[in-house]
Ligand binder design. Structure first.
Ligand code: PLP
Length: 389
């Protein structure tokens, strides 16, 4: 059997590789502490699960859902955007439910990229932006995110010929993996760039609800003109601890939303309806659960940052996202540093290069490990630091 060039050209999905390493160690009886994956350990709030259970018993929800989602789910998404960001959306034309935002992010390149086209993709970044570009036959032109530019891409440095071939621009704030945040002034510059060069903007925003110290991340859709040039991908995964339920949404430009719907309607049959009702419950229900989760992450962040600093890592306390992006000490590559930690302490962090070349010199530490693991992990890291000083 010969698999397609598409498959051959695919790097192994980073987290699959990490999971395999963890599984090998666990099979040898070692206790591994993982700070690697951004998957909330906190449970989905009760009121959301109750609704799911109730709806699962209704035979009307046992049949094929529609790709474009239940009308009441689209209304709930539009209302949530209005309450949270002051953004007005037409639930019929500007909102599309997704089977988790990853699904939409993966498919949207098929809407705008033809062979030979360019997608502008940040580096480091969530790997799906460049992989989906490759699946569509396009090329990624990487935009370095560095400490000097606050991990925001410098759009003025993109060569004119690249702008000419570019069809899409990917952005993600609050950012994975750097934890950087963007303000409305940056998004205004993005709209101007997109209009001048006729590129569509895809803003991936699953972390807008995970924020600390009173900080409230903004939506790309808040800036004038955003709806003319872009879609925003959002998700219930991180806001409501619902990664396992697979439910998210794309909102914004009606033509872009329609193009994505046309691709999806040929590939999937939508989100199980009981899950859509659970998502409605999440969006319409008490939002205190978000504050409660964030206070847990904030407490963890405040415990982890000083230990990393004492280990000689360069760390800024993040304002948002589930991650700490830490500059590693000289003398290691990120892969070597992550590997040394895993071998010598059994603690897993993600090497920055898993997110692109510009991730060299960094590791990503996630705040989603259970408290007991964090305590144990930090004790091991402190002891490791002690043994080397
Ligand atoms: C930046 C970013 N985008 C999208 C996703 C996908 O989220 P989901 O498919 O669960 O909505 C993730 C998950 O970790 C992410 O970090």
């Amino acid at each position: 059997m010969r698999v397609s060039k598409r498959i051959e050209g695919l790097p192994p999905y980073l987290f699959v590789r990490i999971s395999q390493k963890i599984a090998e160690k666990r099979a040898r009886g070692e206790r591994v502490i993982s700070f690697a994956i951004g998957d909330p350990d906190l449970p989905t709030p009760e009121h959301i699960i109750d609704r799911l259970c109730r709806e699962a018993r209704d035979p009307a929800n046992h049949r094929y859902p529609e790709t474009y989602g239940l009308p009441e789910f689209r209304v709930a998404i539009a209302e949530w955007y209005r309450r949270r960001f002051g953004v007005v959306l037409d639930p019929d034309t500007e909102v599309l439910p997704l089977i988790g935002s990853k699904e939409g992010i993966g498919h949207v390149a098929l809407c705008f990229i033809d062979p030979g086209d360019i997608a502008l993709v940040p580096d480091p970044a969530y790997p799906v932006y460049s992989v989906s570009t490759m699946f569509a036959g396009g090329e990624s032109y990487f935009l370095p995110l560095t400490e000097d530019n606050g991990f925001l891409p410098d759009l003025d440095r993109i060569p004119a010929d690249v702008c000419g071939r570019a069809k899409m621009l990917w952005l993600n704030y609050p950012n994975n993996p750097t934890a950087a945040v963007a303000g409305l002034d940056f998004f205004e510059r993005v709209v101007d760039f997109a209009m001048r060069h006729d590129v569509v903007v895809c803003h991936d925003a699953p972390y807008t609800e995970v924020a600390f110290d009173g900080y409230e991340p903004v939506s790309f859709m808040q800036v004038p003109g955003a709806k003319e040039v872009g879609l925003e991908f959002h998700s219930l995964s991180k806001s409501f601890n619902m990664t396992g339920w697979r439910v998210g949404m794309a909102v914004g430009n009606a033509e872009m939303r329609d193009a994505l719907m046309r691709i999806k309607s040929n590939l999937d049959s939508g989100i199980p309806q009981a899950i859509q009702y659970a998502a409605i419950q999440a969006l319409q229900g008490d939002q205190d659960c978000i504050r409660e989760s964030n206070s847990v992450y904030e407490r963890r962040r405040d415990a982890i940052v000083p230990v990393l600093s004492e280990m000689g890592l360069r760390v800024k306390s993040p304002k948002a996202s589930l991650y700490i992006w830490a500059g590693i000490p000289d003398g290691y590559t990120s892969a070597e540093f992550a590997s040394a930690l895993l071998e010598e302490t059994g603690v897993v962090v993600t090497p920055g290069t898993g997110y692109g070349k510009c991730g060299e010199g960094y590791v990503r530490v996630s705040l989603t490990a259970p408290d007991a693991d964090i305590e144990e992990g930090l004790a091991r890291l402190s002891a490791w630091r002690g043994s080397r000083s």
